[in-house]
Design a protein around this ligand. Structure first.
Ligand SMILES: Nc1ncnc2c1ncn2[C@@H]1O[C@H](COP(=O)(O)OP(=O)(O)O)[C@@H](O)[C@H]1O
Ligand SMILES: [Mg+2]
Length: 322
């Protein structure tokens, strides 16, 4: 525990709605090791994006963080004033989103945008910043970087825009990169390349990654540890080898069973029957119990705690009560 870069404890985020507040992130604990890769997985709507935004103080009304601490190398990010959080986000903990177009400014040139972190957060001169931006754009594989610097985001393909986002995010070698489904919006033919590029550059810079993904193949290949979310709660937290050797939570088991096996090309996936519940109508007890093939008596009555299991794992399931 002593070497954790990021420690998140009890993080809770609600959205105020017409029927009262609903809880999208519910007491999440997780940690990321210095230089490590933590994967966060779970079906769409489980709270992965709200969690990512909450960690950096980016939740906008009607959402608000109501509890929790997010400590990055000793700095409690959420206790800082907005100016302090902005400084952290510019330099120490950056983020890449699923849809790069929404994160790029349509009226600024590519060069100005990639150079900005250096000017604002590292005090570089305009010339120095533009030179460094060009070098970084070359490293992320943007063709003709000098010419592209003068262009605008809409002139780039989706993959090129995500390369630009990677350049901006890793320009100042941050301690942490939060990458929220960074390749999901891209053509499948470039997804692998771009993910690999991001991981390689982060490794070189010593940057740890919190990687939100729904691709368990990517998790197996890249992560050190995995956190599984369901309806805003962490339901399993495990080192990656242990997770793939045999996940402890029935929800995780369902996610893994829905993965196509090697040699099974063409066979249909078997998704977990049912859907993620709406936040305004969450089941009592374990949120997963209505879909769980192994639900038994306590599951609908009482929320299971995260039980500590051998091998540094945790699972929020009454099957592990002993
Ligand atoms: N601005 C918002 N207002 C109300 N509810 C929201 C808002 N953004 C997200 N939510 C809700 O929070 C839950 C988690 O969403 P999200 O974090 O985007 O899931 P994921 O990224 O895992 O697909 C969902 O039920 C979603 O409807
Ligand atoms: Mg999301």
């Amino acid at each position: 525990m002593g070497h954790a870069l990021l420690e998140v404890t009890g993080l809770t985020t609600v959205f105020d709605g017409p029927g009262g507040p609903v809880t999208a992130v519910d007491g999440v604990n997780l940690s990321v090791d210095r230089g490590g890769v933590l994967a966060v997985v779970g079906e769409s709507g489980c709270g992965k994006t709200v969690l990512s935004l909450s960690m950096l103080g980016l939740v906008a009304p009607p959402g608000r963080v109501t509890a929790g601490r997010v400590v990055l190398s000793g700095t409690d990010i959420l206790a800082l004033p907005e100016s302090g959080r902005r400084a952290i986000r510019g330099r120490r903990a950056t983020m890449i989103f699923q849809e790069p177009m929404t994160a790029l400014n349509p009226v600024l040139t590519i060069g100005e945008q990639v150079a900005e972190p250096l000017r604002v957060h590292a005090g570089a001169s305009r010339r120095e910043a533009l030179d460094a931006a060009e070098a970084m754009l070359a490293r992320v594989g943007l063709p003709e970087p000098r010419r592209r610097m003068l262009g605008y985001p809409h002139e780039l393909s989706g993959g090129q825009r995500q390369r630009v986002m990677i350049a901006m995010a890793l320009m100042l070698s941050p301690e942490l990169l939060i990458a929220d489904e960074p390749t999901t919006a891209l053509d499948v033919t470039v997804q692998g390349q771009i993910l690999e590029l991001m991981l390689d550059l982060a490794r070189e810079a010593g940057t740890a990654i919190l990687l939100v993904t729904h691709n368990l193949g990517v998790v197996a290949q890249t992560a050190d540890a995995v956190v599984v979310m369901y309806s805003g709660r962490v339901v399993e937290n495990a080192p990656v080898a242990a997770f793939f050797a045999g996940p402890a939570h029935p929800y995780s088991q369902g996610l893994l069973a829905s993965l196509p096996q090697v040699g099974d090309l063409g066979r249909r996936l078997t998704p977990i029957p049912g859907t993620v519940p709406s936040l305004s109508a969450l089941p009592t007890g374990c949120h997963f119990h209505p879909r769980c093939p192994r639900a038994f008596e306590p599951c609908s009555r009482q929320t299971p705690p995260l039980f500590d299991l051998p091998g540094g794992r945790q699972a929020r399931c009454w099957l592990h009560a002993s």
